[in-house]
Design a protein around this ligand. Sequence first.
Ligand SMILES: NC(=O)c1ccc[n+]([C@@H]2O[C@H](COP(=O)([O-])OP(=O)(O)OC[C@H]3O[C@@H](n4cnc5c(N)ncnc54)[C@H](O)[C@@H]3O)[C@@H](O)[C@H]2O)c1
Ligand SMILES: [Zn+2]
Ligand SMILES: [Zn+2]
Length: 353
Amino acid sequence: MPETMLGAFLPGNSTTELREVAVPVPGHGEVLVRMKASTICGSDIRCIYHEHLGKGPEGYQGVVAGHEPAGLIERTGPGCRRFREGDRVIVYHISGCGLCNDCRRGYMISCTSPVYRRAYGWQRDGGMAAYLLAEEKDLLALPSQLSYGDGAQVACGFGTVYEGLGKIGIAGDHAVLITGLGPVGLATGALCRKLGAERIIGIDILAERRDLALKLGVCDQVLAAGPENAAQVLDLTGGRGVERAVDCSANDAARATAIRATRKWGRIVFLGEGGRVEFNPSPDIIHDQKTIYGSWVTSIWLMEELVERLVRWNLHPADLITHRFPLERVSDAYRLMSSGRCGKVAVCFDEEL
Ligand SMILES: NC(=O)c1ccc[n+]([C@@H]2O[C@H](COP(=O)([O-])OP(=O)(O)OC[C@H]3O[C@@H](n4cnc5c(N)ncnc54)[C@H](O)[C@@H]3O)[C@@H](O)[C@H]2O)c1
Ligand SMILES: [Zn+2]
Ligand SMILES: [Zn+2]
């Protein structure tokens, strides 16, 4: 075991820094995970890479970056109850107190303890290093049918989407609109397919992302973002609009499109974070009996259910990864992800490279 390793830090001016840090020693109930795949999320770019947006306990605390890690347990600390050395694991990306109401429901994302709620890659060291110190309670088993690249995307990416889709419900007689075809939007298309959606329409500004959505088969039709989008979607759906819409863009105009392109009694879920939206409550939602949901990350039990479904569906989140980088090239990885001209970007180790 080496005593030190390199970890990637995000100083907040659209750069990355590799610094030498100590390889941690797992304490009680903790494990040391040897990193295999650590993917980059749109939130990393928006909230940390360009500038440090979150403040206080939700802000980036100058730790090793990366909140989408998957790896192999190298060492266990005393008192571990389930996982052992050599187990392949996924990490739920927010460690909670375990005792508040939110934690007891499995939503450590909204843990109310200001001291014990610490997200990996934000307030405690994350996956952009050779090893990650994790709490055993934050781990899920990664089944042999899934790769580490699949596992890394189960919490924040696919987990977030699975939760949001569960809230609006997807069925075989639904046309679905996805605004924003970044990794979260692509994951939405992939999961809507497996949930049986009849037709999936995607919108993005970037041609690369629209092309990727078609190539991956997660959208049936794609539209370039523009002021005509709502009318175009109505045209594609017999003048009525889609039954379900999912915003994965966080863009004001795209959110308004998601609302307006949804038919009477339809449901919309907002996943994209930040920004604003302007709409007219009476014509846009009230008179058409529409419902808008918000959805934040997922719970550890639903993530576990998703892992089982991914195996049953033979659905591989790693198919979204278009670029893999070794840790030494982590700056290229963040730069590429911030350009948007890619699918999912991963920093990988060993056999995952
Ligand atoms: N709710 C949650 O719990 C949760 C979890 C993870 C990520 N997120 C958020 O989800 C969003 C998507 O994440 P990502 O990793 O895919 O990020 P991303 O930035 O790669 O994807 C956003 C996409 O939206 C597109 N877009 C921008 N303006 C648009 C417009 N007017 N019309 C259509 N598309 C437009 C961009 O070109 C980009 O492809 C981010 O805001 C992220 O912070 C939320
Ligand atoms: Zn994320
Ligand atoms: Zn808690």
